[in-house]
Design a protein around this ligand. Structure first.
Ligand code: HMG
Ligand code: MG
Length: 285
């Protein structure tokens, strides 16, 4: 019989690199994506069409999408905070885009200079235009358990944003423990409420490993039926607008963790190890 599958959505070239202060050469980013393209991922987030004044590291996202060698069957994804971002993403040929909201006001303000509801309102025309262009939209919710500015986040606040993203047509919503302070108990309680709004097969877990509990949180989410997890090779990452946020949980670690539980990821561990080395070498010393 075929083993159950867990999909890892690779976010290293975006969530991993966006936090690096030192500017990384476009060709180095392209080399990382090209290596990842052969590892067996179905989706790789490698671009972010946000304001280059806010995140200078991602200013060359169009060039990255232009220069990578696109592997058949791989969807190359990009963040799009507003219509301007969507226009840039479509021009660059992103296969799918993502809008990113938050469950807490403090983080929303710091990250996109808008309230939670203002952000959601901005995403509606982005989703409509993407649908017209035939480009799938993923949704992110940040701070699903804790916010660096507002503290603990209520599960119902997460569920409300998930429902809004669902209603505007997001095919999947990724739940972000942006600062990696979520305990397995808090993640489980959050999921219990969010699952009333969206089925487990349309939700993804996005854990940062600040407190070393990301894998436990993946385990809790698997128990709740989730089968997609965002991760970054080499454990790169953080968020420039989330003080104290450490890297994303490492792709290699999630791969080993779920494989030990009997799941298949379809990923090549040797290529992951090589990509992890390259990713770590890109991190400022
Ligand atoms: P703003 O300053 O309020 O925007 O920023 P604005 O509309 O007033 O525009 C200001 C200037 O930016 C204008 O240029 C615009 O044209 C330009 P000027 O007239 O001054 O020359 N601009 C743009 N340029 C290029 N592309 C665009 C764009 N939009 C405006 N798309 C804005 C609002 C949303 C743009 C800004 O706050 C922003 O870019 N924020 C993004 C911050 C970010 O990237 N954060 C990290 C990603 S989220 C994350 O990591 C969490 C996640 O991993 C999940 C998790 O872990 O929780 C997803
Ligand atoms: Mg993140």
């Amino acid at each position: 019989h075929m083993a159950d599958r867990v999909e890892i959505f690779e976010v290293g070239p975006r969530d991993g690199l966006q936090n690096e202060k030192r500017m990384i050469a476009t060709e180095t980013k392209v080399a990382l994506v090209d290596l990842l393209s052969g590892a067996g991922f179905r989706r790789i987030e490698c671009a972010s069409f946000v304001s280059p004044k806010w995140v200078p590291q991602m200013a060359d996202s169009g060039d990255v999408l232009d220069r990578i060698a696109r592997a058949p069957g791989v969807s190359y994804a990009a963040l799009t905070p507003n219509m301007k971002g969507l226009e840039r993403a479509l021009a660059a040929g992103a296969d799918e885009v993502a809008v990113f909201g938050a469950a807490s006001e403090g983080f929303s303000r710091a990250n996109i200079n808008a309230s939670v509801d203002e952000g959601l309102a901005r995403f509606v025309p982005v989703c409509e235009a993407a649908r017209e262009a035939g480009v799938p939209v993923r949704g992110y919710v940040s701070c699903v358990v804790e916010c660096p500015f507002d503290g603990a986040v209520a599960p119902k606040d997460v569920a409300r944003v998930v429902a809004a993203l669902r209603d505007m047509g997001c095919y999947e919503v990724s739940l972000g423990d942006t600062i990696g302070r979520g305990t397995p108990e808090a993640v489980d309680a959050m999921l219990a409420v969010v699952l009333d709004e969206m089925a487990a097969n349309r939700l993804a877990g996005h854990f940062h490993d600040t407190s070393g509990r990301a894998l436990e949180n993946v385990g809790v989410a698997i128990e709740r039926g989730l089968r997609v997890f965002d991760a970054a090779v080499g454990g790169l990452g953080g968020c420039p607008y989330a003080p104290g946020a450490a890297g994303n949980v490492a792709t290699e670690a999630v791969h080993d963790f779920v494989t030990a539980q009997g799941f298949e990821t379809g990923l090549d561990a040797a290529i992951l190890a090589e990509a992890g080395r390259l990713a770590r070498s890109m991190r400022a010393a």
